[in-house]
Design a protein around this ligand. Structure first.
Ligand code: ZN
Length: 401
């Protein structure tokens, strides 16, 4: 048996008044997801263990059956792995967003989805202009995809769990000053002071850069500040193959899922034109999935677009992204049928990113696993209908049973 898991990031939502008290999943035309729900096992899945922030990192590790209480150290070390950054034992990695600051307020956590090329130039500028401050903590910036970069530093006797960083997508419209990094212990106080200093100093440096002068003229959101969060040291994670005896592959545009792939020893398959945005290459991802099934038992296909639409609070875009994702699933279903591959195909989000609150929540998510049988009364794939199925906390157990 082969397994395909299709993950629509942040796809679940709440009932929306404008939609007649329905969710985007209930309104979107998604015959293929509904087909999976109708001919498989459905239910609601708890993806965020108690005490954890509802991040895609925690949610996806949980879905893959990893005990985040034991293996999770933070989001940034996972992304660092994906970018090929080898963390030393006492290195601390941070996610470093480019953000848009306006009148001392955090306006955009993504700096208008700045391009990779622009980002790379700005990261080089920061490494150069901040070099004195960076030396104090052996710090270095690494350019990633769009606004998502990594900062690594190395200070003796620092515990990253003792400092509190706020994810920038949670504080849109709020004062920068009130959301700076906080130390829980005296020992980390000086370290935190340096980090905050670097963030504030980045505003002066980036604001004046040529790239931002150009972006201003074009009416685009500026990438005029960095935001550090998601910190942690190198995690210890059991290999997927060791855990399940399956050859796994991941397909994603995002560094986070690629990082989980690398850390768990799965093959990371890159798809040209996979952007992590609404216009991502759905067809390419479907083809890559089918191709990967030739020499893998387990393929994890992650699509970020639905989450980005949720963060943007763009209802129509979210519905469109669900429908696009559904077409991708349709292609995978057809190919699997035509090639007579014995496979279970699952669809689920990692967490809700409700349009009305524009950020992640910890609510259980609907899941559906196609196995060619009708197992319950669930006829459609959405937050309400799937409640008729099972309530589970271990997705892999259900998938592999
Ligand atoms: Zn998100």
């Amino acid at each position: 048996m082969k397994y395909v898991v299709i993950l629509g990031d942040g796809m679940a939502d709440y009932k929306i008044e404008k939609l007649g008290n329905k969710t985007p999943l209930q309104v979107a035309k998604k015959p293929n997801m509904d087909f999976i729900a109708k001919n498989g096992i459905c239910g609601m899945l708890k993806t965020i263990p108690d005490g954890f922030e509802p991040g895609s990192d925690v949610a996806n590790l949980s879905i893959l059956g990893y005990d985040v209480k034991k293996c999770y150290t933070g989001r940034a070390p996972i992304e660092a792995a994906s970018m090929g950054i080898n963390l030393k034992d006492d290195d601390v990695a941070f996610r470093c967003n480019f953000i848009t600051e306006e009148n001392e307020i955090l306006k955009d956590y993504s700096a208008g989805h700045i391009t990779n090329e622009e980002g790379r130039i700005l990261i080089n500028l920061l490494n150069e202009k901040l070099s004195d401050k960076l030396k104090e903590i052996n710090g270095k910036f690494y350019a990633g995809v769009s606004y998502r970069n990594i900062f690594v530093c190395n200070v003796k006797n620092i515990n990253p769990k003792n400092i509190v960083c706020v994810p920038p997508h949670n504080i849109i419209g709020q004062k920068i000053e009130k959301n700076l990094i906080i130390a829980k212990n005296n020992k980390e106080e000086n370290f935190v002071k340096i980090l905050n200093n670097i963030m504030l100093k980045s505003l002066e440096i980036l604001e004046e850069s040529e790239i931002n002068t150009k972006r201003k003229k074009e009416g685009k959101n500026l990438a005029n500040m960095i935001w550090l969060w998601g910190q942690g040291k190198k995690p210890e994670i059991q290999l997927f193959k060791e855990k399940y005896g399956l050859n796994g592959a991941v397909i994603s545009a995002g560094d986070l899922i690629k990082g989980i792939g690398k850390l768990t020893g799965m093959d990371v398959i890159n798809v040209e034109g996979a952007t992590g945005l609404w216009n991502t290459n759905y067809d390419g991802k479907a083809d890559a999935c089918i191709n990967a099934l030739k020499d893998h038992d387990f393929v994890y296909v992650h699509v970020e677009a639905t989450d980005e639409a949720g963060h943007a609070g763009d209802l129509n875009l979210k519905i469109l992204c669900i429908e696009n994702l559904d077409r991708m699933i349709g292609k995978i279903l057809r190919e699997i049928k035509e090639n007579k591959i014995a496979a279970k195909i699952a669809v689920l989000p990692d967490h809700p990113t409700p349009i009305n609150i524009k950020t992640h929540t910890s609510d259980p998510v609907p899941f559906a696993i196609y196995n060619g049988n009708k197992n319950d009364n669930v006829e459609k794939f959405d937050e309400e209908e799937c409640k008729k199925g099972k309530y589970v906390e271990n997705f892999m157990e259900i998938l592999l049973e």
